[in-house]
Design a protein around this ligand. Sequence first.
Ligand SMILES: Cc1cc2nc3c(=O)[nH]c(=O)nc-3n(C[C@H](O)[C@H](O)[C@H](O)COP(=O)(O)OP(=O)(O)OC[C@H]3O[C@@H](n4cnc5c(N)ncnc54)[C@H](O)[C@@H]3O)c2cc1C
Length: 417
Amino acid sequence: MSSAYDALVIGGGPAGAASAILLAASGWRVGLVEQHAFPRRKVCGECIAAGNLELLDRLGVGAQFRALAGAELRRVGWMHAMTTIAADMPACTVGPYAFGRALGRDHLDPLLLGRARELGVTVLQPQRVSAVAGTIGAYSVEVMARGEPARRLEARILIDAHGSWQRGPQVAGEGHAARAANRAGDLFAFKATYLRASISPGFLPVLAVRGAYGGMVLGESGRTTLACCIRRDTLAACRAAQPSLSAGAAVEAYLRRECRGVRELLGGALRQGAWLSVGPLRPGVRLGPRGGNFQGGGIFPVGNAAGESHPLIGEGISMALQSAAILAPILSAQPASAFDAERGAAAQYRYAAAWRAAFLPRLRLAATYAHLAMRPPLAAAAGAVLRRWPRLLATATRLAGKTRSAHISHLKSPELA
Ligand SMILES: Cc1cc2nc3c(=O)[nH]c(=O)nc-3n(C[C@H](O)[C@H](O)[C@H](O)COP(=O)(O)OP(=O)(O)OC[C@H]3O[C@@H](n4cnc5c(N)ncnc54)[C@H](O)[C@@H]3O)c2cc1C
């Protein structure tokens, strides 16, 4: 396989770009396929926790990130019905950065992908991976570009970074998982950006509303992001109540009606561009106990493709970047040409164990917070407790991972600095 890549990465979001950067910096020949042209907007709250800023430095984009991003996130809030409670954001005490920041995905994703290109990654964009065949050491990947015939690329290892909100490529020998039946509790995610919202720089309120949760933040260039998740049944009720509105506008009207904090912050705001939406989201672990795609042996899922936390805690980008930082050193400890079924299985095993240790507690906690936020009696009780002891909000934030280090001391840094 002389024309093969050592690793081919499927998807150019934070998980895919970070994996490509780290593997290329270790001397691997890396290709990356991203189906969309950048910059593109994406449904996301766009907040990056403090522990990842040092990781962004190691990836070689830290200075540019800090130059572009919004103010340090120093206050956290809880908004439910008529209640708004705010507390100081706990500082991250590990590493050089104490507070997280927010940056639009139309800036962050091109920044990371540009860095991958600088390190010699072949970026194929906009192109789509439609099918995968083969096994570890000899994968054959079908890539489609609009208006061109499909072509095949060869790679020893595949990094599945295609996210979780759409089907991944068809893997030969594996049927597509049957589409899950619709459930009332399925979550749909929405996002819009506004100018002239009256949110303070560095304030990160969480919104708790019957059947929905969300967050708001002032990012770069005076742009406020509102991102939220709403249950299928609640969305249907919103749309029925406001049949003349688009789904996004009906959701915004619902949030304004149910939550005084949203009404106040969006009072004189002007929405920029259309609402974005995705769904249904199914938070949970997709990585098996022995890694991903164990049969093929050489397909390693990172980011949302490996597992997804409820967006309420805003940790998905952290998990995307950090899963890449966990996986890349496991893979690059040996040359790509050394991988056979046995070594692939061993790497899958190590990766799965490290992934679970790093992220499972965060996933479980996020699920608990999400269910609490979406149920008014629980959200009201939480509000009463937080009003009495606002510092508990800081504790809840700390538990959600906002002050956690990205555990990057194992990454080789000189070539990435
Ligand atoms: C409402 C909401 C708010 C959120 N807020 C936050 C937040 O504030 N902070 C935070 O850290 N996280 C947040 N998240 C989570 C975060 O957006 C995701 O966890 C993160 O985007 C995952 O990164 P990823 O690289 O795994 O996947 P993605 O960012 O989804 O990237 C996957 C990429 O793969 C590409 N792709 C897919 N299929 C193919 C294919 N077949 N061929 C080629 N390319 C393909 C896609 O085009 C995409 O660019 C939020 C999520 C939601 C829904």
